[in-house]
Design a protein around this ligand. Structure first.
Ligand code: FHN
Length: 597
């Protein structure tokens, strides 16, 4: 019989799949002081950027098994195509990653700003990337390559100063004793014995914690089948893992379900929001406002949708998208664990390599604006970008370079200096204005994806209080309206309904237009937000306020787009007018909102 449990787990004297299970080691519940917790978590808090590596037998089919293909979940191919274990196991006879060069991988990752590396020691197919003594047929020693894949990676990480971390799936499609045994496991006979499965799991963790030096983190996974794996199983697993190396950090997927605390933000991936382990692991998702006071790490893959293992059939995310996401996550106080799926040969796919090299180029200039930073002090920024901070320093990540060359930083602190990380030694002029400080920028952005402006301030950042949303509930006057049948959908009232999904449109041939909004009474306005929704037709515009019966220009620009924030010194008025002076198609507007006191 091809059993995954055929060699003794020495410490437990486990004799085989058909033998009764021995008692499991029971670890004392883990406890630590706040100070000890801070010390243990510090590297993780500072790291911000980790690399996830999904590598295994599934890297050979890489999305294609015989004539069947998959565009997602390449590492799930056995389950997706219900491949019998007796057929899937041929992959162990052919795996030989001759191009594997972990030292070179780690150097590439380190240059890209990665601070920790988390590799799949065992994914759901149960195949082990190290020569485990806990089975004799389903690990790297049984392949033509034969060599331990973890050891040289762990050594390379330590040599380069990166944390070596392990992903470990509890769910195991291959092991005959996994209680959720799938029908395609045609090797397994008899009834699964969960106690024996736990001995296998614990025995493997014992090996991993004994032979690979300090383990930074265990990224447990595959515990969502509550019939197979209970909260008690998860709690015991956490305690046992911590007893092996008390410094280890655990994600929240051991299966332990302690009493839940309420999150006051919208989240969709509930599996990842269980308050177990040391941190929350939203998958493919960035919590909109971050999770203040809670440690979190989002895992994201380079090959969407949801390909964690290498898929030769699908493309890679653009670098711009991934860099801005890292910045967004960092500005919200989280970490990003970015996944790559190496090829079966042991190479980092050229597309992934190219993206890591782009990260390296950016990090060479800007890494101080990521590593060791904390979340933005601002609820909202008046420009398209993000903020990260360190004591005495604000890092303003500018995604869209302001056309007027002025960057408004809504902070009340005294400013010592401002400069671009890309041009050190050249201070930028700073002016104190009504809504904060204004930094004079050079005409062009040194980096069109993310240029970082560092503003040195005195004391902890104190933001300018955010202006409050004013009620724009008077009639909306427009120069013209779209004719005919669609008129009621494109009505002027859409402009003030707070929904950027509904728009007003002018008469079809118009290339100029005006929109006037009105409040019930005068108010001090300091900010206007405009949106054209999905359209970007305006090429020249200005905004006026009606003061003492006269229209007075308060802002102007050349583009509006999906979300434009205009800040200006307070103006007291009841009516405001947008004049679209030039558009390349019928003018349309989704939102015109006023903010102030
Ligand atoms: O099923 C896995 C999946 O293959 C992958 O490993 C991801 C990574 O976060 N985790 C699981 C799904 O939540």
């Amino acid at each position: 019989m091809r059993s995954a449990v055929s060699v003794a787990f020495a410490a437990l004297l486990l004799a085989g799949a058909n033998c009764p299970a021995q008692a499991l080691p029971v670890a004392a519940p883990f406890q630590e002081s706040k100070e000890a917790n801070d010390a243990r978590m510090q590297w993780f808090r500072d790291a911000k950027f980790g690399m996830f590596i999904h590598w295994g037998l599934y890297s050979q089919p890489a999305g294609k098994w015989k004539d069947k293909t998959t565009g997602f979940g390449a590492e799930w191919i056995q389950e997706q195509k219900a491949i019998p274990s007796s057929q899937y196991s041929v992959l162990a006879k052919t795996w030989n990653p001759t191009q594997y060069n972990p030292r070179e991988w780690v150097r590439l990752m380190k240059a890209a700003g990665i601070k920790y590396v988390c590799i799949t020691t065992k994914h759901h197919d149960g195949f082990c990337l190290w020569p485990t003594k806990m089975n004799d047929d389903w690990n790297i020693a049984c392949t033509p390559g034969g060599k331990d894949l973890l050891k040289p990676l762990a050594d390379a990480c330590r040599a380069e100063g990166l944390q070596f971390c392990i992903y470990h799936s509890v769910m195991d499609w291959h092991h005959p004793d996994w209680p959720g045994r799938p029908a395609f496991n045609d090797y397994a006979k008899g009834q699964p014995d969960k106690a024996r499965f736990k001995q296998y799991l614990y025995g493997q963790l014992k090996e991993l914690f004994s032979n690979y030096g300090p383990i930074g983190m265990v990224w447990f996974d595959g515990t969502w089948d509550r019939k197979s794996w209970t909260s008690e199983d998860g709690k015991a697993l956490e305690d046992y893992t911590r007893s092996l190396q008390p410094s280890v950090i655990l994600n929240n997927r051991s299966g332990y379900l302690p009493p839940q605390r309420k999150l006051n933000i919208e989240i969709s991936n509930t599996y990842s929001y269980i308050f177990a382990g040391d941190y929350i692991s939203p998958e493919n998702e960035v919590p909109s406002t971050g999770l203040p006071g809670i440690e979190w790490e989002t895992c994201q893959t380079m090959q969407p949708p949801k390909n964690w293992g290498y898929n030769r059939l699908v493309g890679f995310r653009p670098f711009e998208d991934m860099l801005r996401q890292l910045v967004d996550v960092t500005s919200k106080g989280g970490n990003m664990l970015l996944n790559i799926g190496p090829t079966a040969e042991g190479e980092i796919a050229p597309q992934a390599r190219q993206r890591l090299e782009k990260f390296a180029a950016w990090m060479q200039v800007n890494s101080e604006a990521i590593h060791g930073t904390t979340a933005s002090p601002f609820e909202r920024l008046p420009f398209d970008g993000r903020c990260t901070q360190k004591p005495g320093k604000l890092f303003l990540h500018v995604f869209k370079w302001p056309a007027d060359g002025r960057l408004l930083v809504p902070v009340t602190n005294k400013v010592r200096s401002a400069r671009l990380l890309a041009i050190p030694g050249q201070n930028l002029a700073v002016t104190v204005v009504a809504n904060g400080v204004q930094v004079a920028l050079p005409a062009a952005a040194p980096d069109p994806i993310d240029t970082v402006v560092v503003v040195e301030i005195e004391g902890p950042a104190v933001p300018v209080p955010a202006p409050k949303k004013l009620s724009v509930d008077g009639p909306v006057e427009v120069s013209s309206v779209w004719p005919g049948r669609d008129q009621k959908d494109l009505k002027p009232a859409n402009i003030t309904d707070g929904n950027s999904g509904t728009i007003w449109a002018a008469e079809e041939s118009a290339r100029e237009a005006s929109v006037t909004v009105e409040m019930q009474k005068e108010a001090e306005v300091t900010q206007i937000r405009l949106s054209e929704g999905p359209y970007a037709r305006t090429q020249l515009f200005d905004v006026e306020a009606q003061v003492g019966g006269q229209w007075k220009k308060i802002a102007e620009g050349t583009a509006i787009g999906a979300d434009l924030v205009l800040n200006f010194p307070a103006v007291k008025a009841q009516k405001f007018r947008l004049n679209i002076r030039k558009a390349n198609d019928t003018p349309a507007l989704a939102e015109f909102q006023l903010f102030g006191k």
